[in-house]
Structure formats: C-alpha cells, structure tokens
Ligand binder design. Structure first.
Ligand SMILES: Cc1cc2nc3c(=O)[nH]c(=O)nc-3n(C[C@H](O)[C@H](O)[C@H](O)COP(=O)(O)O)c2cc1C
Length: 253
C-alpha cells in the first residue's frame, strides 16, 4: 500500500502568478509528500446554469460535460486539500467561485469527512482574511477539517516581505502535514451537527423535489457517519436546528 501522504492544491488564480508561486514553493518543502497543483484555469470548468439538477436530482444529472468530476476525484484520492485563491475585489477569484458553485451540491451531501484542508489566499494589501474565511466556511460544509489559514500580503515583493510570506506559508503547511500524520479521530463540531440536522430535516420536508438529498440522508441518524456524540451536544444541535427549520417553514407558507 502507498503510505505517502497525498495533497492536492486547487488554485483559483487565472494564471501562474503569486498564488501559484507560493503553492509551488510548498511542493519542495516535503519531497516525501505526493503533492499536486491543479490550476482551475487550465481545466475545463463551465459556468453553473443554476438549474438545480445536481442538488435536486444528483450530481450526475448536471448538463455540463467537463472536468468537474476530475477535480472531485483528485480531492477524494488526496489525504489533504489546499484551497488557494488570490483576493480579487475582497473575496475569492471568479474562477474559484465557479468551482464553488459547480461543486456546491457537496454542501448538501458532504463526503470529505476525515480529510484535512487548508485555505491559502494572497492579496496586495487587504482582504486575504476575507478570502480565507470564505474558503474555510464553504469547504467545511463538504466535511473537511481546516487547519489555520495562510493569509499573505504580496504588495511590494521586497526581500523581507517575500521571506515573511515564505515562513508563514511553510509554518501553516507544516500544521497541515502534522494534522494529516496525527491520524487523530475527528469528532464532529456542534456546527457540523447543526448542519446535519438542518439538511436532514429539509431533505424530508422537500423529498418530492429534492430526492437526491432525501436518499442521502434517509437511514442516517445522528451524523453523516457512525460516531459517538455526547448527549448534551446531540440535544443542543437538535434544538438549534429545530428552531432554524421551524422558522424556514413558517416563512415559506
Ligand atoms: C481584479 C483584481 C482585484 C484585486 N482585488 C484586490 C483586493 O480587493 N485586495 C487586495 O489586497 N488585492 C487585490 N488584488 C491584488 C491581488 O490580490 C494580488 O496581487 C494577488 O497576489 C494576485 O494573485 P495572482 O498573481 O495569483 O493573481 C486584486 C487584483 C486583481 C487583478
């Protein structure tokens, strides 16, 4: 069996610029890691039509034939994923946003539990924190556990700035590698439990329209996989999600 760690970095920059260079530098930090950079700009990824097919009827019903599933298979094969984007207008690039939209059925039906991820963003002056927050919050819904992000300011490219960015990125990458090697059992957070309960309730409420979610959640009880959850945490998650779903139902009448 191949024991080498596999990490895939998904780069939302439209060119091999600042963000790509930082990702490239990480490749050399651990030659023992099977490390791959996927440039979204060099793959065929079409714009989401907004037809809801993937969400309601299953991802295989998406009308596009492109590289979406190639990227998802790379993520499945990896132990860890780096989601990287330049900051464009205070958030992720349009290319990264397209990837988010095309895979957002995974927020309904997450499959990446047990994998670690890291958000990395570059900016000229400000906004890398917002970009990382967006990446972390979105891809957490797919089941990933995030290590602390890498927020880099690449304004003047002085020697000091370059060195500082190199150290920040390497330190964060080390945390990702350690998390992957620790093989610690990951317990679901309260937030993840709340999400589970909300999506499960909605899948039952909406089963005639969104049968893909219904099938996914049907037969699942406390969480996406079998895990022991403390009684208080289970109760609390049910209470919070119950209130949210009640409000949604009341507002949709
Ligand atoms: C369209 C566009 C919008 C940008 N918006 C921001 C911004 O809101 N905040 C910021 O600090 N830098 C901004 N920048 C600068 C980039 O974030 C920065 O140069 C980044 O490192 C570019 O990465 P890349 O070479 O991978 O494209 C912007 C750059 C472009 C091209």
């Amino acid at each position: 069996m191949d024991e080498r760690l596999k990490i895939v970095a998904i780069c939302g920059s439209p060119h091999r610029g600042n963000t790509y260079k930082i990702l490239g530098m990480l490749a050399n930090a651990h030659p023992d890691v099977d490390y791959k950079i996927l440039m979204l700009s060099e793959l065929d990824l079409k714009d989401c039509f907004g037809c809801y097919s993937c969400i309601d009827n299953g991802e295989e019903s998406c009308p596009h034939q492109d590289d979406r599933d190639v990227i998802i298979e790379e993520m499945k094969a990896a132990d860890g994923v780096i989601f990287a984007s330049p900051t464009y207008a205070r958030t992720v690039s349009a290319l990264m946003k397209k990837f988010v939209e095309r895979t957002s059925f995974l927020a309904h039906r997450p499959i990446f539990f047990g994998k670690y991820a890291m958000a990395l963003a570059t900016c000229a002056g400000f906004g890398a924190d917002l970009t990382c927050k967006y990446l972390t919050e979105h891809f957490t819904q797919y089941g990933f556990n995030f290590v602390p992000p890498v927020e880099l300011m690449v304004a003047r490219k002085t020697k000091n700035e370059t060195e500082r960015n190199r150290n920040l990125a390497l330190t964060a990458y080390e945390k990702l590698i350690n998390a992957l090697r620790s093989k610690a059992v990951i317990h679901p957070s309260l937030n993840q439990l709340v999400y589970f309960n909300i999506f499960k309730s909605i899948s039952e409420w909406n089963k005639l329209k969104g049968w893909a979610d219904y099938e996914f959640y049907h037969g699942k009880h406390d969480f996406y996989y079998d895990v022991k959850i403390p009684f208080w945490k289970k109760k609390m998650a049910k209470w919070i999600s119950g209130k949210t779903v009640k409000k949604m139902k009341a507002e949709s009448r």
